[in-house]
Design a protein around this ligand. Structure first.
Ligand code: PHE
Length: 344
């Protein structure tokens, strides 16, 4: 019996508890009334009277040691919260190593590009610092058009011929100047306007321009293309409408609205309140478009008798705000991680 006690004592001394399961094992063996130690106390009853005293002493010592160690293990486990003390489940998938996510404007731009690439459009690029010809004159802006004035356009170096482009339509001109039709391209980029910053407007934002020039391009092609885009972007059920509008470089011109994404086009919210996003009209403007004005074709050296085409321009911020239900354009540029992380 003395041998059993010594063995158990050795086991007790070398016992290492790393987690609550270990602690429970220890408790079962050394503390529980059904454990190995309790069993030895049972055996003690059978021991001869002359050995009982010594054996009893050793057993009691072992019991005290067990209780002290149990207490100690309990304490260390309670104090430690590190992952080393938690039982590892090796079948769990690894915790993803998140290094960041795309900005909502990038996500939106990529989505727009993806949709138009499938429709056969390529992607083109142009300068943000532009001259008057490409930003205005070749786009048929009259000499005294208000968009050229100081309140809209940022001029660099007091030189009216060096400016920050006010739209991506400048790339239309650059493409047509260096390329013969047919052209089917979209042109994403940043644009600048001298406007007061508010929830709805910023002094710089992003646009995606579209241009399609070929023989016999008609308004129906423009309509189909934009229908397709709206459905891909906002869902197959979305309704769109064309409103007559004016741009110097397109004739006829249109502004395109989609059904309000907040109230579903009804103008009122579910609780009966008026929809503030569409101002109860049920429609939201998403882009400007039209058939290329023959005057523009002449400026770039195309024969308006032989080719026709359409163009469109959309604001990426606006498309994103309607897609994600964002009501303040400034959020895109504040770099608040709480905002940005929602788009991972
Ligand atoms: N450039 C116009 C704007 O910024 C949008 C547009 C592009 C309209 C192409 C018609 C055709 O408002």
């Amino acid at each position: 019996m003395q041998e059993k006690i010594t063995l158990l004592e050795q086991e007790l001394k070398s016992f290492q508890g790393r987690n609550t399961a270990d602690l429970e094992l220890f408790r079962m063996k050394f503390i529980s009334r059904k454990g190995a130690l309790a069993e030895l106390f049972e055996d003690l009853k059978e021991a001869s009277p002359e050995r009982k005293k010594d054996l009893g002493k050793s057993l009691n010592k072992l019991k005290q040691e067990a209780e002290a160690k149990f207490e100690e293990l309990n304490q260390t486990l309670e104090n430690s919260t590190g992952p080393g003390e938690v039982e590892l489940d090796l079948t769990l998938p690894p915790i993803p190593n998140k290094t960041g996510n795309l900005h909502p404007l990038s996500l939106t731009r990529y989505r727009i590009i993806e949709i138009f690439e499938r429709l056969g459009f390529s992607v083109a690029d142009g300068p943000e610092i532009e001259d008057d010809w490409h930003n205005f004159s070749a786009l048929n802006f009259a000499e005294n058009h208000p968009a050229r004035e100081m309140q809209d356009t940022f001029f660099l170096e007091r030189n009216p011929d060096v400016l920050l482009r006010t739209h991506t339509s400048n790339v239309q001109i650059r493409l047509m100047e260096k390329q013969k039709p047919p052209i089917r391209a979209i042109m994403p980029g940043r644009v600048y306007r001298n406007e007061a910053i508010s929830a709805r407007a910023h002094c710089f934002f992003h646009q995606v321009e579209g241009l399609y020039v070929d023989k016999n391009v008609g308004f129906v092609d423009l309509k189909q293309t934009l229908y397709q885009f709206a459905r891909e972007m906002y869902g197959q059920d979305i309704d769109i409408r064309f409103r007559p509008s004016f741009f110097p470089f397109t004739e006829p011109s249109a502004e395109i609205d989609i059904q309000c994404v907040i109230c579903g086009g009804s103008g009122t919210l579910r609780d009966g309140q008026a929809c503030r996003v569409c101002k109860t009209s049920g429609w939201l403007e998403i882009l400007g478009a039209g058939m290329i004005d023959p005057a523009v074709f002449e400026f770039v050296g195309y024969d308006p008798e032989k080719v026709s085409g359409f163009a469109f321009g959309m604001g990426v911020e606006r498309i994103a705000m309607l897609k994600y239900g964002i009501d303040d354009i400034r959020l895109f540029f504040q770099n608040d991680l709480r905002f940005l992380r929602q788009f991972g």
